[in-house]
Design a protein around this ligand. Structure first.
Ligand SMILES: Nc1ncnc2c1ncn2[C@@H]1O[C@H](COP(=O)(O)OP(=O)(O)OP(=O)(O)O)[C@@H](O)[C@H]1O
Ligand SMILES: [Mg+2]
Length: 467
């Protein structure tokens, strides 16, 4: 049975030689099509006519998303590089192409590579787009030494892959429960406990971390990182330089999209590889995502797939830990309880979720609100809140006006201590004993539960929750 191949590299010497060899019967293969662009190649992949593509590394349209899509359509890929071009070979591997051949290779050798690529797919090593393998594919894990001045006193640079690094995704339903506030402050609080922390703004409905932290200059952010990764040009050192230190002891920040309508810049295949790179490069990555979990229709332009909520869904599915933020009032809790079910539906394991109840204040539910909220979350979702964050408009305004974290401007305030306790939960460190004692004293004094409040008091009913 002849191997069915498709080529992309018309006019390049190896490609012409291969086509000729197929026509002469010098190799047991048939060329089903010679493609000129991504559209051609994706169409052949979708038709199922070919088993393997041999693609020249110089094709400008060859990016990670195309590789993912070809892989998803079941096509094996061999990248062909000019002889000795290490840069081209590295780029292909970063795009997720495992099988790379030299352009000076004879047609028979190229066909051997093609067969090996097909065998690799069957073994379940089909690259990042091979959904059937079900395995995350890892990029190389370069170590990065911090090079900018403010990194000199840091608790160590990005660790690289060592099994300890964690991807933490902060999510919450509609109604601004405080995802960004929690993400920013968690990242600041985790830094002294964990080492180098990356804070990523990946809200495709409008990021606000740059504004929250008062960044005046434009920095290369998520859109830049996505474009660069899609071309196979992003590695850990470049990621490091695309990020920006927030305050002397703060996390590094990858800014979000400057305009919400630029969400199409972040394609699912690229986002997947970015998440892998974040995890490999930083001890902790905190990602602020959008609220919406719905699986929307796929938009197809020019053979490219777009899905706005895929960024949130994929991040949640890949997370080591999900911080789910609920607003303490009846409307906020109602939204949270409804949306939490969707989290489960997209495959997030409830054991990897920590619930934060934000904006807790007196006056809600006519009594001590925390125990009532705890009881409701237990009853309706079977979950235990990890942290209650008190409502403190003054502290938040102070932080917003200064473009800083609570830790920097309102240390010791109720929300700051709650965020510190949350960071301890995330990092797996016990909250400092003196702080616990301080917290308990405050709790007793103010009857406001900041941290791990005990259930007591009247039970919240579905009526006062509003449904
Ligand atoms: N504990 C708190 N006390 C007082 N105000 C708070 C608290 N937490 C958050 N806020 C305020 O609530 C508003 C919304 O917070 P934030 O922007 O973090 O929410 P979000 O869930 O990220 O919203 P969006 O959907 O706009 O992204 C902000 O003005 C913030 O300062
Ligand atoms: Mg936000």
């Amino acid at each position: 049975m002849k191997l069915r191949i498709v080529t992309a590299g018309v006019g390049i010497q190896w490609e012409s030689a291969l086509v000729q060899a197929c026509q002469d019967g010098a190799v047991r293969a048939v060329v089903v099509q010679r493609c000129h662009d991504a559209g051609d190649l994706l169409a052949v992949a979708a038709s199922g006519k070919a088993e393997v593509a041999l693609v020249a590394s110089g094709m400008r349209w060859l990016d990670r998303d195309t590789v993912v899509r070809l892989g998803s359509a079941g096509l094996a890929i061999v990248g062909v590089v000019p002889a000795g071009d290490e840069h081209a070979e590295r780029r292909l591997r970063q795009l997720g192409i495992d099988h790379v051949a030299q352009g000076k290779a004879r047609p028979v050798t190229l066909i051997e590579h093609a067969r090996a690529a097909i065998a690799g797919r069957m073994d379940g090593h089909g690259g990042p787009g091979d959904d059937r393998s079900g395995q995350a594919r890892h990029l190389p894990a370069p170590r990065v030494e911090p090079t900018d001045a403010d990194a000199s006193g840091s608790a160590g640079g990005p660790d690289g892959a060592d099994g300890r690094n964690a991807l933490v995704v902060v999510w919450g339903p509609k109604g601004a429960p405080g995802r960004t506030t929690v993400a920013v402050n968690l990242a600041f609080e985790a830094r002294p406990l964990a080492g180098e922390v990356l804070l990523v703004d990946a809200d495709t409905y409008g990021g606000s971390i740059s504004q929250t932290l008062g960044f005046l200059e434009e920095h290369p952010g998520l859109a830049w990182a996505a474009r660069s990764s899609s071309r196979g040009e992003l590695d850990a050192p470049k990621l490091w330089h695309a990020t920006h230190r927030a305050g002397p002891g703060g996390p590094r920040v990858l800014s979000g999209l400057p305009r919400a309508d630029l969400w199409t810049e972040i394609r699912p295949g690229t986002w997947q590889s970015l998440l892998e790179l974040f995890r490999l490069s930083f001890r902790i990555t905190v990602v602020d995502v959008g609220f919406c979990l719905e699986e929307e229709e796929e938009l197809l332009y020019d053979h490219v797939r777009f899905r706005r909520n895929a960024v949130t869904r994929l991040a949640l599915q890949q997370a080591d830990l999900v911080i789910a933020v609920a607003r303490a009032d009846p409307v906020g809790l109602h939204d949270f309880i409804r949306s939490y079910q969707q989290l489960r539906d997209i495959g997030v394991d409830p054991r990897h979720v920590r619930v934060v109840v934000n904006q807790l204040r007196g006056g809600l539910y006519g009594g001590d609100a925390a125990p009532q909220i705890r009881t409701a979350l237990n009853r309706y979702l079977g979950v235990e809140p990890s942290v209650f964050v008190p409502y403190d408009r003054g502290a938040m305004d102070n932080a917003l006006m200064m473009g800083k974290a609570l830790r920097e401007v309102r240390r010791g305030s109720g929300p700051q201590q709650a965020m510190e306790a949350l960071a301890a939960v995330v990092v797996g460190a016990p909250a400092a004993a003196p702080q616990r004692r301080r917290l308990r004293r405050r709790v007793a004094r103010r009857r406001t539960v900041l941290w791990n409040g005990r259930p007591s008091g009247p039970t919240m009913t579905s009526r006062n929750l509003g449904w």
